[in-house]
Ligand binder design. Structure first.
Ligand code: NAD
Length: 456
């Protein structure tokens, strides 16, 4: 009989579990010290981080600062200042029924955790969840994306310089490695990636009943209604869509524009694109040839089915921004998450059409509405469901330290960032303290005489 080979990471997990037990009694100051060390490392090695992400994505240094390094530093600062408050017991009311008791909810570390990250914001989406894990007092095995190898290597170096590998370590690898890690009974798995792989992660976690946070993707719609300020909308959509060449989980995936604003909006968007990306160096690469081919295939499928592509400017050596008009539902472009610089534009006359359309599709990670109408805001916010929603802006919410982010159904499970991130990596334990020798519950213990029956 052939024996199943032992999992190569089994020993690592038992060492992490042993550390996790010790960390439970570590004072909060210890967590703060580690977060401060992470912050110091990021400040001191900023140029190495620039180089690494440039190698992976040709991301301009200024864009990396704005979209990854500053938000990461803000996440660290936020956790350092608030972790003590987050970790403090939260008393709850007792009321008359529980007279004499004292009850509270205590956040305790989850224990041993696994963080699986994507390649698109390789620094922020790998280290951001790690900030939450450290703040919550957990151990973590970090699995960055194999597609952004240079950034994974620098993250591995950072972690090995700052942490004992039995507490936090980086395991680099492809699907086989992740599959082996997913077989193990971690206490929590925090996954950021596609809904397809999210299902694989959740299935694997179910075998061990491991808790999961799934930060997924999908098709985030943007609506520009008949009352919108089109200049403002075009400026914001342009930044939200083409930053990182559209490889952003919360980027506008497709756009609905009211028929009365179509011409004006498209003209503004075109001018905006020409103005913003006059210098090709301000525009990111597509991560690799495979993804570029995927995007070209989406486009040719749409064109074969009658869509019209429009390229406001040509960026040599990059996949230029593309607007696609006359799209229909049978096009792959309208079925799969685009995750690139292609923006399908649909035209509508009645907001009801848009609401119906959205409600017949998987719930998106983000929804954006450009409007000056309070009634339209109310309708869209109450009659549709999405992980997050932004009025008169796009993507900005992702960097808000006090605003939790996360999807719903197909776009995710659980929340991240700031206190929500801390809670994702914590178990919130309910504690009830009773006085010795006393309990009001005695009043309803059997035998059930007539007085007790009346009381119940
Ligand atoms: P992905 O799902 O392909 O990969 C994510 C991670 O899972 C990587 O580390 C990868 O190595 C691993 N992985 C891939 N296939 C696997 C498998 N079969 N079994 C186990 N592990 C596997 O996603 P990606 O291409 O890296 O990133 C793009 C996706 O991530 C998009 O859908 C995007 O919307 C989403 N995303 C979501 C957020 C968010 O915050 N919600 C942020 C960024 C990206």
């Amino acid at each position: 009989m052939t024996q199943k080979p032992t999992n190569p990471y089994l020993d690592l997990l038992s060492r992490h579990k042993a550390t996790a037990r010790k960390l439970k009694s570590e004072p909060i100051e210890g967590r703060k010290k580690k977060l401060k060390a992470m912050r110091r490392w990021v400040y001191q090695n900023r140029s190495l981080l620039h180089q690494a992400v440039f190698e992976d994505l040709h991301k301009p240094a200024a864009e990396l600062d704005v979209t990854e390094i500053y938000p990461l530093l803000a996440e660290l600062r936020h956790a350092i200042h608030r972790v003590k408050r987050w970790a403090a017991p939260k008393p709850v009311e007792s009321g008359l029924t529980f007279l004499g008791t004292y009850s509270y909810v205590q956040a305790e570390p989850m224990g041993s955790t696994l963080i699986i990250a994507p390649w698109n914001y390789p620094l922020l989406l790998t280290l951001g969840p790690l900030v939450s894990a450290v703040a919550a007092g957990d151990t973590a095995v970090v699995k960055p994306s194999e597609m952004s190898a240079a950034t994974s290597a620098i993250i591995s170096r950072m972690v090995s310089e700052l942490f004992d590998p039995d507490e936090i370590c980086v395991i680099e690898g492809e699907v086989t490695t992740t599959t082996q890690l997913l077989e193990l009974p971690f206490d929590h798995i925090f996954f950021t990636g596609s809904p397809t792989v999210g299902k694989i992660v959740m299935t694997a976690a179910a075998k061990n009943l491991t808790a999961v946070t799934l930060e997924l993707g999908g098709k985030s719609p943007t609506i520009v209604d008949e009352t919108a300020d089109v200049h403002d909308a075009a400026r914001k959509v342009c930044w939200a869509k083409w930053t990182n060449a559209g490889q952003t989980c919360v980027a506008p995936d497709y756009l609905f524009v009211h028929v009365k604003k179509k011409e004006q909006f498209l003209e503004c968007l075109e001018n905006e694109l020409i103005h913003r990306y006059d210098d090709v160096c301000d525009y990111t690469h597509i991560i690799n040839d495979k993804h570029e081919q995927r995007l070209k295939d989406l486009l040719s499928d749409a064109e074969q089915k009658g869509a019209k592509t429009f390229e406001p400017l040509e960026l040599v050596g990059r996949m230029s921004p593309k607007l696609v008009l006359e799209v229909t539902d049978d096009m792959r472009l309208m079925q799969e998450e685009i995750f690139g610089p292609i923006l399908p534009v649909l035209v509508y006359e009645d907001l009801e059409e848009v609401i119906q359309y959205l409600n017949h599709r998987p719930k998106p990670l983000a929804l954006y509405l450009f409007t000056t109408s309070k009634a339209n805001q109310r309708r869209v916010l109450t009659e549709t469901s999405s992980g997050t929603a932004v009025i008169n802006d796009a993507v900005l919410h992702f960097g808000h330290p006090h605003l939790q982010v996360g999807g719903v159904n197909n776009s995710g499970l659980g929340k991240a960032h700031g206190e929500a991130g801390f809670r994702a990596f914590s178990h919130e334990k309910s504690v009830l303290r009773q006085r010795r020798g006393y309990t009001i519950a005695r009043l309803v213990y059997p035998p059930y005489n007539s007085f007790k029956i009346k009381l119940i």
